[in-house]
Design a protein around this ligand. Structure first.
Ligand SMILES: *Cc1c(COP(=O)(O)O)cnc(C)c1O
Length: 463
């Protein structure tokens, strides 16, 4: 039985019409897009779940903030409002706006990473991995084993495997590990949370070996909500208290504000110690790449709406509704026997395409197959979080085999309603019914050297 959908803690004041095409038009569109979801036109999509990044609906307070944004080049009012919000919520001494999450990575990572170094994470997000590699270093994932079995339920499948982290540090040598990155929630493992206990354990290991600890903080609020629900010692803490405690364990954070801060563009870097020697380096790199330190590649209006969104994103009633959407869709999939990364994560439902198409091998990209079928079936745009996204080994050029073959239904914040979720469930049920008749996957006709999934051209393999 599907669980109850948690009603929206808001009402709708402005609407955007979306169109439905018929199946033959969708088949034509996806072929013209070279079977790459990123090449589809947004207007040809009915429900767009490509990402929850920057696709959020802003509130009336945020839009009012857009009008109040201070566009001064240096030292604008909106900048100071953002600094105050950042210091208040994260408890860090230095806050640097940047234009999005990958800009934070670009500015920060080269100060710790270079050729010969490694960075270790519970799991690197794709752009984060790319910036480790662009800095010349290698990225190593170290997630707990239970994350690798989508059907196995565990409360904190995003956690770092602490014993393995110790082993990796011993193998590489502590001085060669330039950075440890804790991704909260763990996006690539299915938006799975990291516990406060695990944060503390990882911080202790980093401290012992004198390795800096960075939080990749895109979904810090969703992570805090899961901690409140699932970690007994935190159930009486407020979301804000849990966030402050989480960040107290790290030295710095890099953040895409396009997720939990509920804006369409923006990012942050935070440094705990206001006297850190890191800060002048961040300022210098930011001025070169992003813009002056008081705007960091953003408009004053973006800084203003971000300062407001940071607070809206940590409201418990909002988080209950948001996570409730994922749980509603997941419960409909449970009823239909469709496997997903369970329990469901914070920002989306990650459907196990390997379980849906067991006969399609990793190098024919089963999760991309499911994404394409969803578009053809119902105009739903999702994406592959599997071998197609992972790409090739940078040393050998061989296709890597991902631990997962997920098709990600990433849910924009405050955008879709219960009826849209029913359309998602029904499309998946229809595809599952005919999964055996979809015999082969796709091959890559052209790909760029890095982050290939955004641009590659694909073709169906004839059976
Ligand atoms: C989105 C994301 C990033 C990159 O942020 P952008 O704003 O897309 O550049 C980095 N890490 C994680 C975990 C993310 O989800």
């Amino acid at each position: 039985m599907a669980i109850k959908y948690i009603p929206e803690p808001f009402r709708i004041k402005m609407v955007e019409t979306i169109k439905t095409l018929d199946r033959s038009e969708r088949e034509k569109n996806i072929a013209e897009a070279k079977f790459n979801m990123f090449n589809l036109r947004g207007e040809d999509v009915y429900i767009d779940l490509l990402t929850d990044s920057g696709t959020n609906a802003m509130s009336q307070e945020q839009w009012a903030g857009v009008l109040k944004g201070d566009e001064a080049y240096a030292g604008g009012k909106s900048y100071y409002k953002l600094l105050e919000a950042g210091r208040d919520i994260f408890g860090y001494g230095y806050i640097q706006p940047v234009h999005q999450g990958r800009a934070a990575e670009k500015v920060l990572f080269p100060t710790f990473l270079s050729k010969g170094k490694v960075a270790i994470s519970n799991m690197f997000f794709d752009t984060t991995r790319a910036h480790v590699e662009l800095a010349g270093a290698r990225a190593v994932d170290c997630v707990v084993e239970e994350a690798k079995d989508p059907a196995k339920r565990a409360p904190f499948k995003g956690n770092m495997d602490v014993a393995k982290l110790e082993k990796l540090i011993a193998e590489y040598g502590p001085s060669n590990v330039g950075l440890v990155v804790m991704t909260i929630t763990n996006n690539s493992a299915g938006g799975q949370p990291v516990s406060l206990e695990n944060m503390a354990a990882v911080a202790a290991v980093c401290k012992k070996h004198n390795i800096p600890l960075d939080i990749d903080a895109a979904r810090f609020a969703e992570n805090a909500y899961f901690i409140k629900q699932r970690e007994a010692s935190c159930k009486n803490m407020s979301i804000k208290e849990i966030i402050a405690k989480t960040f107290s364990y790290a030295d710095m954070f890099t953040m895409s504000a396009k997720k939990d801060a509920i804006v369409n563009m923006g990012g942050l870097i935070g440094v705990k110690d206001p006297d850190s020697p890191l800060i002048p380096k961040i300022k210098a790199a930011c001025i070169s790449y992003e813009g002056f330190i008081s705007y960091g590649g953003l408009s004053g209006r973006d800084l203003e709406s971000l300062a407001i969104g940071l607070y809206e994103g940590i409201e418990e009633s909002f988080l209950r509704y948001r996570i409730g959407q994922m749980e509603y869709l997941a419960s409909r999939l449970d009823d239909a026997g469709i496997i997903y990364q369970s329990p469901v994560g914070g920002h989306g439902v990650f459907v196990d395409a390997k379980a849906m198409f067991p006969h399609i091998p990793y190098n024919e990209f089963p999760a991309q197959v499911l994404a394409i079928e969803l578009y053809k079936e119902a105009g739903i745009r999702t994406c592959d979080i599997g071998s197609y996204m992972l790409g090739n080994d940078p040393d050998t050029g061989e296709q890597l085999k991902s631990q997962f073959e997920f098709t990600r239904f990433a849910v924009p914040r405050r955008v879709y309603t219960q009826a849209h979720f029913d359309v998602m469930a029904e499309a998946l049920i229809a595809i599952k019914a005919k999964a055996g008749s979809i015999k082969r996957g796709y091959k890559i006709l052209w790909e760029p050297p890095i982050l290939r999934h955004f641009q590659a051209h694909l073709e169906p393999i004839k059976s």
